[in-house]
Design a protein around this ligand. Structure first.
Ligand code: MN3
Length: 197
């Protein structure tokens, strides 16, 4: 089975002006495409040849080149889905209640999430996850992903420099603020939360 470089859920310029078409053309069109191509090249003729991307991420040796490219392929697809064009629709219902239980309020979550993403001293990812202890914000390094830690990912922001440097240069806090204020797809997070409860 060939791992698919799934189409973006919006046009390349759909997140502008917060994330530009130029960033997306490199990030989706080159970085993400490259990870998917590396997975397909690496699994050809191996026991993983017919595995799903999730199964490869779950079973690949860590560290290994296959883990790096497969987890990055999965993380990026999840990141595209974590954003949507247009204004952010605030979370409601069960997810809002869970956010309030774990963080106190939506505003408190936003503040903690921003601090974690700005403070993530790595080329990595900041995640909202659901686990045994409720909702948590976690940072991962490089390609590492909640899939390998028994946590259900609800949403993520890519904080590798390639995600924001063309638009924000070194101003990661401005990129993180734009993500929180303008881009989070809470409907996607809510569907992920519902699937795990
Ligand atoms: Mn990236």
């Amino acid at each position: 089975m060939t791992i698919e470089h799934a189409p973006l859920p919006y046009p390349l310029d759909g997140l502008a002006p917060h994330i530009s078409e130029r960033t997306m053309s490199f990030h989706y069109g080159r970085h993400h495409a490259g990870y998917v191509a590396s997975v397909n090249n690496t699994i050809a003729g191996t026991a993983f040849e017919n595995a799903s991307l999730e199964d490869i991420v779950a079973a690949a040796d860590v560290p290994s080149a296959l883990f790096n490219c497969s987890a990055q392929a999965w993380n990026h697809a999840f990141y595209w889905d974590s954003m949507s064009p247009g204004s952010v629709e605030a979370p409601t219902g069960e997810l809002l209640a869970a956010l309030e239980r774990s963080f106190g309020s939506l505003d408190a979550f936003n503040t903690e999430f921003a601090a974690a993403a700005v403070g993530n001293f790595a080329s990595g990812w900041t995640w909202l996850v659901s686990g045994a202890d409720g909702l948590q914000i976690v940072n991962t390094d490089d390609a590492d992903t909640p899939l390998r830690h028994g946590q259900r990912a609800l949403l993520t922001i890519d904080v590798w420099e390639h995600a924001y440097y063309l638009d924000y240069q070194n101003a990661r806090p401005a990129y993180v603020d734009a993500f929180i204020e303008h881009l989070i797809n809470w409907e996607f997070a809510s569907a992920n939360f519902a699937a795990g409860s």
